[in-house]
Design a protein around this ligand. Structure first.
Ligand SMILES: Nc1ncnc2c1ncn2[C@@H]1O[C@H](COP(=O)(O)OP(=O)(O)OP(=O)(O)O)[C@@H](O)[C@H]1O
Length: 684
């Protein structure tokens, strides 16, 4: 084992200990510094600070002598510690080979002493854990909090188990550590078996660490394990063409499509236009962006030309959709109070109305209705009848138009809109805007009824609510039929659409779609034995209709639950990434600070040196041929373990490979906290 002269980091100290800094060898023992060979001499062959204050010894002729000189028995970690004798033959031979090649001059010393050293028998090893210590074998009991210097030649990077943990029994890295010397063995304590322990989940600190042995207990005690925040477990649906231990890089993060959709929506929400000619603000709403892509203003549905703008609220910073009815004069103040009724309604298939107010900011008298803003939405009209309709028109051999919209889509619309209608009718209100231009698609197959509540405020019909509700059902039937037949005039034509036209269209749809759909549409249109020839209006109600199509509600519920599962699975991939970004930010604050560029005393000492080596361990590993190892799984695993502060040990090797130290993630986490706190002090 080599101790790094000049290095201020001594792994035998607990980094979390308040006295740790005082006990670091170079800084605490000035008398010995002048006898200690400068590390720069070892690494570079010279020291540029030799004549400018470096307090270490620069004459390296005594190196070997001093290395061979036995140290006082009081020192726990020293160059004469016995060589590591691992339990496994493979490890043992590789250690011996490696030590021969990396530091030949020291090998004989170490090996001669190793002859008397105790064989390390890890108690946590599954094969021997229950066995009593064998005769003649002294058990090594490392302290969970102690860092140790070991021979760097022993490669404990444990790469194999990182790549395929399932292919070999899991052996905690500290269980493979060498027996340092008998003094350590006597002082150290092995974690005790935990089979009889009980853990109180309620009292656990989420990011706290459990007793060290808890992470390595045997399978039968697995149900006592606390939540481990550094582990990722994939949730279904799974990709079946991967081997059990394989993960794609996409498997760690949100899928590209969903990410892009969310980013585009975010971008649309934040969009502002420099000069729109629109008022700077309306009440508390500012930075108006017009959403209408259609230049033609039509008063067909609402009775007034309407405009839709996106705006930010100055009071809560959220984005809202403002619908303006141009040229509207409020005559009855009370009518605007009905907005309060609409505001209380909550349904996933309806855009929530928040408030309404009149304004003269546009140079006329307008009324503004404030709704939730759903970025990048398009109307059902644009989706099915617009210039770039999603479902292209299908023609048969005779040139006749056939159905192009899948039945599943029609059922989805029917279920969502009838659900919105149930909420509205349940509040003794009527939607009155069942029109393809007033229903928006906010994502694939997700429709929402927009522009609700407007007709009640602008004082439209004096008809009884029941009649208006029946109209809603009737218009829903016409809307779905028009989409099924790809004929917009069935709904846009208003009351002028005659019964024979509707009946013929229903017959046409019946040829291509299921009987269930035809019956549902017939019910809505009132031709299901309810309405007569002269009264096409349905006399049914939404509850009855929902009962009629309950089987399709179940199907729809099932697919939306599947979708929810896949979204949850997407979410699970990102769940720890926020923590990791915060951790990486801290790392970048600490490592490579330019103001300390030429000050090895800053980055090469204490906690900062540990973190520097850990950074190398995480990001800068190379393979046997010297190529960078770009293993994202390794990076994520290490960072998660660091953030969770687990007791697992990691071996860090200096860049010159002359020293290495073993620290736990818990200690490293402590180092990050300490150094970051140092930096964030005003004079830090
Ligand atoms: N709550 C909302 N959130 C986001 N966008 C919306 C919202 N409501 C409507 N929009 C969008 O505003 C645009 C204009 O809507 P509007 O209702 O005026 O449609 P239109 O086809 O122009 O109808 P009309 O011809 O009656 O004016 C549409 O692209 C629609 O998707």
């Amino acid at each position: 084992m080599l101790r790094q002269p000049g290095s201020a980091v001594m792994g035998s100290q607990d980094p979390s200990s308040p006295n740790r800094k005082e006990s670091l060898p170079p800084s605490i023992n000035p008398g010995k510094q002048s006898q200690t060979l400068c590390r720069n001499i070892l690494i570079h062959g010279y020291c540029k600070y030799e004549n400018s204050g470096c307090i270490f010894r620069h004459d390296n002729t005594k190196t070997n002598a001093s290395a061979a000189k036995p140290e006082t028995p009081k020192k726990r970690l020293n160059v004469e510690s016995p060589a590591f004798k691992p339990g496994s033959a493979a490890l043992s031979s590789s250690a011996a080979n490696a030590s021969t090649t990396t530091s030949p001059s020291k090998t004989p010393i170490l090996l001669s002493q190793a002859a008397d050293s105790a064989v390390f028998v890890p108690r946590s090893s599954t094969a021997t854990s229950s066995a009593m210590p064998q005769e003649g074998i002294k058990e090594f009991e490392p302290s969970p909090d102690r860092s140790m210097y070991v021979n760097p030649a022993v490669d404990l990077y444990n790469q194999k188990s990182m790549v395929n943990p399932s292919s070999q029994p899991f052996v905690p890295s500290y269980s493979q550590m060498p027996s340092i010397n008998s003094q350590i063995a006597a002082e150290s304590q092995m974690p005790q078996p935990v089979s009889n322990q009980r853990y109180d989940y309620n009292s656990m600190v989420p990011y706290g660490t459990a007793p060290p042995d808890l992470y390595y207990q045997q399978a039968q005690a697995a149900h006592y394990q606390p939540l481990q925040y550094h582990l990722y477990a994939p949730l279904p649906p799974h990709k079946i063409n991967l081997l059990p231990y394989q993960r794609t890089i996409q498997g760690f993060f949100l899928s590209d499509n969903l990410r892009e959709e969310l980013q585009r929506k975010g971008e649309a929400s934040l969009q502002i236009l420099p000069s729109t000619g629109l008022p700077e603000s309306l009440d508390v709403y500012c930075q108006l962006v017009p959403l209408d892509t259609n230049a033609d203003r039509s008063a067909r549905v609402l009775g007034y030309p309407s405009w839709v703008y996106k705006a930010f609220s100055k009071s809560d910073g959220n984005t809202y959709a403002l619908r303006r009815l141009e040229g509207f004069k409020l005559t009855d103040e009370k009518s605007i109070a009905t907005v309060q009724q609409w505001r209380r309604l909550s349904n996933a298939s309806m855009v929530t109305l928040f408030e309404a107010f009149t304004t003269r900011a546009f140079g006329d008298s307008s009324i503004i209705f404030v709704y939730d803003y759903h970025p990048l939405s398009s109307t059902l009209f644009d989706t099915h009848f617009g210039a770039s309709a999603r479902y292209p028109v299908v023609r048969n051999a005779n040139g006749q138009i056939g159905p192009s919209v899948p039945e599943q889509v029609l059922w989805s619309y029917l279920v969502q809109l009838s659900s919105a209608m149930k909420t509205i009718h349940g509040a003794n209100l009527a939607a009155r805007v069942m029109d393809p231009t007033k229903i928006i698609l906010t994502s694939k197959m997700r429709v929402r009824l927009s522009a609700v509540g407007i007709m009640d405020v602008i004082g439209g019909s004096k008809e009884p609510v029941a009649k208006l509700q029946a109209e809603d059902l009737y218009n829903l039937g016409r809307l779905i039929l028009s989409i099924a037949c790809n004929n917009q005039s069935l709904i846009m034509g208003g009351a002028a659409v005659s019964l024979p036209v509707l009946s013929k269209s229903l017959e046409f749809a019946g040829k291509f779609y299921s009987v269930g759909l035809k019956n549902a549409l017939a019910y809505l249109l009132g031709s299901g034995g309810r309405g007569g020839e002269d009264e096409m209006m349905s006399s049914g109600n939404v509850d009855e209709f929902i009962q009629l199509i309950s089987g399709f509600y179940q199907q729809n519920l099932n697919s939306s639950l599947h979708y929810q599962d896949s979204l949850e699975s997407e979410l699970a991939r990102e769940v720890e990434n926020g923590r990791l970004v915060r951790l990486l930010c801290k790392f970048n604050f600490i490592n490579e600070r330019p103001e300390y560029d030429h000050d090895p005393a800053w980055s090469e000492t204490g906690d900062r040196y540990l973190l520097k080596l850990f950074r190398d361990y995480v990001f800068h590993q190379t393979d046997e041929s010297g190529h960078p190892v770009l293993d994202m799984g390794h990076v994520l695993r290490c960072l998660n373990k660091l953030d969770a502060g687990v007791e697992e040990k990691v071996m860090l090797v200096s860049r010159d490979e002359q020293s290495c130290l073993i620290v736990s993630y818990k200690e490293l986490k402590n180092c990050v906290d300490v150094v970051f706190r140092d930096l964030s002090r005003p004079n830090g």
